[in-house]
Ligand binder design. Structure first.
Ligand SMILES: *Cc1c(COP(=O)(O)O)cnc(C)c1O
Length: 372
C-alpha cells in the first residue's frame, strides 16, 4: 500500500526556524516581544490597511470583530449559509440574529444578489466570507452596505494573497479578519489577525484582545473582553511565512491548475472554477463536487478515497442545518438548496502547501479511478 497522502501539510522551510530560535534564545515567548509588532505592521502593509491586531485564532478574530462593532441583542447580521461555524458563534452568543443567504452554485460564495431582500430595519451588518479560493463578488455588497448604512465584516481567513479586481482581500470590510491555522496559505500554528483602517475600532480590538485592561486603572474594567493575545513565537512563524506569501500563492495556483488539467473530463465531477471576472482562484483547498447523477455522494466518495490512501475533508455543513442552532429555534423551515447540495456532494482532496507533483498525480489518478 503506498503512503497515505494527508489532506494538508504545511511548509516551514524558510526563516521559521531562525526566528523561533530567536524567541527561545532571547526569552521572548509570551505576547510581549518584538515579532508581534513586526508581524502586525508587515501584515497591515501587505493588505493595505492602517491597523492589524494579532490574535489567537481566526475564530477569535471574528468574535472580537462582531463585538467591536457593537453588535448586540436583536441586531441582525446577514451571512452565508455555507460557511464555518466560527462566523456565527459570537452573533448567536451575544443575542443578535443571524440571517442567511444561499450560495452561488459556480463560485460557492454567497450569492450577493440575495442580500438586499434580507435587509430589515434591524440589520446592522453584512458578513462576507470568501470561500475556498475565489473571493465574494464584493463590489455589490459594498454598494448595498453603503446605501443602507450597514457595517461590513470580511472573513478573509482563506484569502491570504488573494485580490478582488486587483485590491487585496482583507481590505474591504470595516473590519476584516484572517486565520493562520496550518491549512491556510500562511500559518502560525494557531493564530489570527484583525485588520481595519478605523483608529477607534483598532483600539477597541486591542482592548478586547487584552481583557479590556485599562492603561490607568489596570484591574478596573468598563467592558468585557477576552484573552486573545498571540505569542511572540507565533508571530515569529507568521513573519517568516509572510516573507514567502507570493511564492505560496503561486504554488497553490499551480497545484490547482495541475489538478484541473489532470481531472478535466472526468464525467462524474464538477471542478472548481479557475477564475471569475474579478479574480483567479488561489485554491485554498481543491474542492470537488460529485454530479447528482453519480452513484456516490460525498460521504461515500471520501470513504472510497480513504481506502486508497487519499485524505479528504467534507465541505462545510450549512448553518441552517446545524443541530445546535436548530435547537435554539433558529432557521425553522428555511432552505438553502445550493448550500445543501455543496455539503451533500462536495469534499476536498489533498491541497496543502507541502504537496508535491507526484502526490498530485497519484491523488488525481485515484480520483479518476473512483469517480470516472
Ligand atoms: C479557518 C477559518 C476560520 C477559523 O479560523 P481558526 O483560526 O481555525 O479559528 C474562520 N473562517 C473561515 C472562512 C475559515 O476558513
Amino acid at each position: 500500500m503506498p503512503e497515505f497522502i494527508p489532506v494538508n501539510e504545511p511548509l516551514l522551510d524558510g526563516n521559521e526556524k531562525k526566528y523561533l530560535l530567536e524567541c527561545i534564545e532571547t526569552g521572548w515567548i509570551s505576547s510581549e516581544g518584538p515579532f508581534i509588532k513586526m508581524f502586525e505592521e508587515k501584515f497591515a502593509a501587505r493588505v493595505g490597511r492602517k491597523h492589524a491586531v494579532a490574535v489567537t485564532n481566526g475564530t477569535a478574530a471574528i468574535d472580537a470583530a462582531v463585538d467591536a462593532l457593537g453588535i448586540g441583542p436583536g441586531d441582525e447580521v446577514i451571512l452565508p449559509a455555507f460557511t464555518i461555524i466560527s462566523c456565527i458563534t459570537q452573533i448567536v452568543r451575544c443575542g443578535a440574529i443571524p440571517v442567511l443567504v444561499d450560495s452561488d452554485s459556480k463560485t460557492w460564495n454567497m450569492d450577493v444578489t440575495q442580500i438586499e431582500a434580507k435587509i430589515t430595519t434591524r440589520t446592522k451588518a453584512i458578513m462576507v466570507v470568501h470561500i475556498y479560493g475565489l473571493p465574494v463578488d464584493i463590489a455589490p455588497v459594498l454598494d448595498v452596505a453603503k446605501r443602507y448604512r450597514l457595517k461590513v465584516i470580511e472573513d478573509a481567513a482563506e484569502m491570504h494573497g488573494q485580490t478582488y479586481k486587483g485590491q487585496p482581500c482583507g481590505s474591504f470590510g470595516d473590519i476584516s479578519t484572517f486565520s493562520f491555522y496550518p491549512n491556510k496559505h500562511l500559518t502560525t500554528g494557531e493564530g489570527g489577525m484583525i485588520v481595519t483602517d478605523d483608529d477607534e475600532l483598532a483600539e477597541t480590538c486591542r482592548s478586547l484582545r487584552n481583557l479590556c485592561f485599562q492603561p490607568q486603572k489596570r484591574f478596573v474594567h468598563e467592558r468585557l473582553g477576552w484573552n486573545l493575545r498571540m505569542t511572540n513565537m507565533q508571530a515569529a512563524l507568521g513573519l517568516a511565512q509572510l516573507e514567502r506569501l507570493d511564492d505560496f500563492v503561486n504554488r497553490k495556483r499551480s497545484m490547482g491548475l495541475r489538478y484541473t488539467k489532470l481531472l478535466e473530463g472526468v464525467r462524474g465531477l464538477e471542478l472548481p472554477l479557475g477564475k471569475t471576472e474579478y479574480a483567479e482562484n488561489i485554491y485554498w483547498v481543491y474542492g470537488l463536487l460529485i454530479n447528482d447523477s453519480n452513484a456516490l455522494n460525498a460521504e461515500q466518495g471520501m470513504k472510497a478515497l480513504a481506502e486508497k490512501g487519499i485524505g479528504t475533508r467534507p465541505f462545510f455543513y450549512p448553518m441552517h442545518q446545524q443541530p445546535v442552532l436548530r435547537r435554539m429555534g433558529l432557521f425553522e423551515d428555511e432552505h438553502y438548496p445550493v448550500a445543501e447540495r455543496l455539503y451533500r456532494q462536495g469534499f476536498y482532496i489533498p491541497s496543502g502547501m507541502a504537496l508535491n507533483n507526484m502526490q498530485i498525480q497519484r491523488c488525481a489518478d485515484v480520483v479518476r479511478e473512483v469517480f470516472g
